[in-house]
Design a protein around this ligand. Sequence first.
Ligand code: GAR
Length: 197
Amino acid sequence: MSKRVAILISGGGSNMVALARSMHGDHPARPCVVVSNRPDATGLERAAAMGIPAICVDHRPFAADRPAFEDALQTALAGYAPDMICLAGFMRVLTAGFVGQWAGRMLNIHPSLLPKYKGLNTHARAIEAGDAEAGCSVHEVTPALDDGPVLGQARVPIEPGDTPERLAARILPLEHQLYPEVLRRFVAGDRRPVRLP
Ligand code: GAR
């Protein structure tokens, strides 16, 4: 039976679309729900247009009470019985309690060559540091932020005069290639890292 994948987003959801499109035919998984923590995330409409249940669990009413937000998230997810979670541009830090409930069953994509540049503003930090290359990583989610085992990376050279926006625009299409490749392997129990190009 196919694995059921919940995809969590906060924005445009281009990685969600790439993941959802990849899960067809003999793929061992199917998307079961897309959840956004922001009601205005355009990815929700994109998911609905693809026929995937798309719901919002707004974090704002919970203010700083992360566990209460995560309880609501967990309850909403339970209605769709996911086997695993893909974080795809989900911009909320998750507590160790939530992560623990999905241990070994939650992936994330991060726009840097981990372990470099955990957190935000990754492309600007890579340019500022004078790095020769940048990229993106898919990793298993563990309680420490952007820290779990890396299951795939794609890299691009940083060009003279690059801005964070230009770099992001070159890396995003690689994210769309990398994340589906890693997911497919992961669902099949294959944890050998994917390297692109
Ligand atoms: C992607 O670049 C993803 O790597 C990044 O947010 C973007 C979401 O775009 N994720 C993070 O920064 C997580 N810390 P999308 O909504 O179009 O997929």
